[in-house]
Design a protein around this ligand. Structure first.
Ligand SMILES: [Mg+2]
Length: 140
């Protein structure tokens, strides 16, 4: 297993990482080189997403889980693949998913009569992280 000391990924970072993978280069000056017409690429990504959803469904039916050794043919692998193409599609349409998260949350909070917003959930998350850090400090 890979182990590193890099901070947790943010949504913006994940979008950037998948953008780099899709572009096939870390050299941003080459981003304009488009090998396929724009519309075709958007359709390719949606087809890949549907394909990965099928694989996810199959592994859920078989309940094949990642055992920490081989991820091939597991729910974990396919959940990642679905996630990857969702992000790739967002990138393709230049969607800032974090921004949309807040906008959509306003609608969903009302629609589902949820008693908290994602702002409040984030405060809770910050507390959890803060408490973890403090516990680590105490343990030293
Ligand atoms: Mg797959």
């Amino acid at each position: 297993m890979m182990k590193n000391n890099i901070e947790d990924m943010t949504l913006k970072e994940v979008q950037y990482l998948i953008k780099r993978i899709e572009k096939g280069t870390l050299d941003e000056s080459r981003d304009k080189e488009e090998s396929q017409p724009k519309k075709e690429n958007g359709q390719r990504l949606v087809l890949k997403l549907i394909e990965e959803f099928g694989e996810l469904a199959e592994n859920i039916r078989k309940n094949t889980r990642f055992d920490g050794q081989n991820i091939k043919g597991t729910i974990e692998e396919e959940a990642f693949d679905v996630f990857y193409y969702i992000i790739a599609i967002a990138n393709y349409y230049e969607i800032d998913l974090e921004k949309i998260f807040y906008i959509k949350d306003e609608l969903n909070k009302v629609k589902y009569e949820r008693e908290f917003s994602i702002y409040e959930a984030r405060e809770k998350w910050k507390n959890i992280i803060e408490n973890k850090k403090n516990k680590k400090e105490e343990g030293k």
